[in-house]
Design a protein around this ligand. Structure first.
Ligand SMILES: Nc1ncnc2c1ncn2[C@@H]1O[C@H](COP(=O)(O)OP(=O)(O)OP(=O)(O)O)[C@@H](O)[C@H]1O
Length: 273
């Protein structure tokens, strides 16, 4: 399509403060960052560096005592006019959610409704945002499940019948059901064991290849970024200290903090002697 901006998201000067009775915590301190269409952008940094705050602020899900105190977040969905996410309200925001901008929060595996079959959870999201797809649900649900490596019979299961990795895959399939421009996944592999982590990362990579979705993946684990991301942005105490091509950053980190994060990755394949 012509005139599609190369960036899905343009974050400029974003600032977020939590006002607490012990004073203000500046959780995001003037971040400038572009998310390019079709890329997998990793957001790295240790716990408390502001990664989740960045995500919830731009998704307009920030809760009190958090407050955006500056900046803009221009979102460029394909085929629609650019919008500053910090300025949209009500119905406009609701329309953007799921259909253009989708979010897998940290610990989202527990967000599946325990008394609903998987297929009904898909239906809820799809019909809420795209009621015209009612007649194609029977074809869509197994196709989306297959996309994340799950068999059609999973549609009839309840969350308690699924392993953690299967739940995460169901959530990923729901997140891409409406073909959003951007999916933001916060710690998608945390709390899963290592072999399942690999499967989840591969499924995320496949979603990008097959749907052309742009992904922003938040993880404290540099190993996740090494395996998945095209570019990585490193946060430290609310600031971006380094952004670059993932191979370049790993080969030659410019910031000492980035170097520390890389050095903290357990070496894969090293045999115990
Ligand atoms: N509700 C809140 N009230 C006060 N301070 C908060 C609140 N939420 C987060 N913070 C502070 O904001 C800073 C950034 O936290 P944030 O959760 O965004 O970091 P993170 O990198 O995502 O870490 P984690 O992966 O552990 O969630 C931290 O100093 C944190 O203590």
């Amino acid at each position: 399509m012509n005139n599609v901006s190369e960036s899905v998201l343009e974050i400029n000067g974003l600032e977020v403060v939590y006002s607490t009775n012990r004073g203000d915590v500046k959780a995001v301190r003037g971040i400038d960052l572009d998310v390019r269409r079709g890329e997998i952008l990793g957001i790295a940094g240790e716990s408390g560096s502001g990664k989740s705050t960045l995500a919830v602020a731009l998704l307009r899900l920030l809760k009190a005592p958090g407050k955006v105190t500056g900046g803009s977040v221009v979102f460029n969905p394909a085929g629609r006019s650019p919008v500053d996410l910090l300025k949209v309200h009500g119905e406009e925001l609701r329309v953007l959610r799921w259909s253009s901008l989708s979010y897998l929060p940290q610990g989202s595996m527990s967000s599946l409704n325990p008394v609903m079959r998987v297929q009904d959870q898909f239906k809820d999201v799809i019909l809420e945002h795209a009621p015209d797809r009612r007649n194609s649900l029977h074809e869509m649900i197994p196709r989306l499940l297959a996309q994340v490596g799950l068999e059609p019979r999973v549609a009839k299961m309840y969350p308690h019948e699924l392993s953690g990795g299967m739940k995460q895959r169901v959530l990923m399939a729901i997140a891409v059901a409406l073909e959003p421009d951007l999916v933001i996944a916060d710690e998608p592999t945390t709390a899963l064991d290592v072999t399942i982590q690999r499967v989840i990362l591969q499924s995320l990579a496949d979603l990008r290849t097959d749907f052309g979705v742009t992904l922003m993946v938040i993880s404290h684990d540099m190993g996740v970024h090494a395996q998945l991301a095209d570019r990585v942005a490193v946060m430290y105490e609310g600031e971006l200290v380094e952004v670059g091509d993932v191979r370049q950053v790993f080969k030659d980190p410019r910031d000492p903090y980035t170097r520390q994060l890389i050095e903290s990755i357990p070496k894969l394949g090293r045999r115990a002697s």
